[in-house]
Design a binder for this molecule. Structure first.
Ligand SMILES: [Zn+2]
Length: 231
């Protein structure tokens, strides 16, 4: 995510920005027990926050995941990447592509488990939303190959769509997209737009809205900042 989530919240007209906080909830019922236990063991109970957040995609939502915690315990990450890789083996990818930062950190062990190549995609800011590009020297790795996108989380799907465009522009054949965590329901819309299967290890339920339709903005609830809120 970065990818799905913004490090700096996007402003919303009429709503004061940057109130630090968001309520911490120790358990999140739709995350599997194993994920709760392992992330709690890795970094404490702050993995999920509830409040009013603005994501990199431009959408607003009621949940923030502190994805940095997914990478605190490399043994957990390796186990999870291995489980995700088993779900993806049937796509027989030649190359696994992960958007920097978190996506690439998951995509690399997935590629290793599948015996595939790995490339990362770098984010560039544009007015139309996030864009991701595979570095020029790595692009020949994609041409004519079966390519799988792996991210840490899929929220609005904007990073996945941007990676898919670049992979196809480089001559790769996109065979599937996947993430460790996926917003419940995001797979259906994304699969339809990309024309490939979308898989995940954990499906989690939270709400996102375009800012104009955000009920939290309509209640004039200030945006929460996901940064600087520990303690
Ligand atoms: Zn809002």
């Amino acid at each position: 995510m970065p990818h799905g989530y913004a490090a700096t919240p996007v402003g919303c007209p009429g709503v004061p920005p940057g109130r630090p906080g968001g309520r911490v909830r120790r358990y999140y019922p739709n995350v599997t027990r194993q994920l709760e236990q392992d992330t709690a063991a890795a970094g404490g109970p702050h993995f999920v926050r509830f409040g009013h957040f603005a994501y990199e995609s431009g959408d607003h939502g009621d949940t923030w995941l502190s994805l940095e915690l997914l990478f605190v315990d490399p043994q957990w990450l390796q186990r999870s990447a291995g489980l995700l890789a088993e779900r993806l083996r049937r796509f027989s990818p030649d190359v696994v592509c992960g958007p920097l930062v978190g996506g690439a950190l998951v995509a690399q062990p997935v590629a290793a488990a599948l015996g595939a190549r790995f490339v990362y995609a770098e984010r560039q800011v544009s007015a139309g939303g996030p864009m991701y590009f595979v570095p020029p020297v790595a692009r020949p790795t994609l041409a004519g190959r079966r390519v799988l996108i792996v991210d840490d989380v899929i929220n609005a799907g904007s990073a996945t769509r941007a990676c898919a465009k670049d992979i196809r522009d480089a001559g790769g054949e996109l065979v599937a997209a996947a993430s460790l965590i996926l917003r419940n329901g995001a797979d259906l819309a994304l699969s339809e737009r990309l024309g490939v299967a979308v898989e995940c290890l954990h499906s989690v339920r939270w709400n996102i809205w375009p800012p104009a339709e955000c009920p939290l903005c309509q209640k004039r609830q200030p945006l929460d900042s996901p940064t600087g809120v520990e303690g």
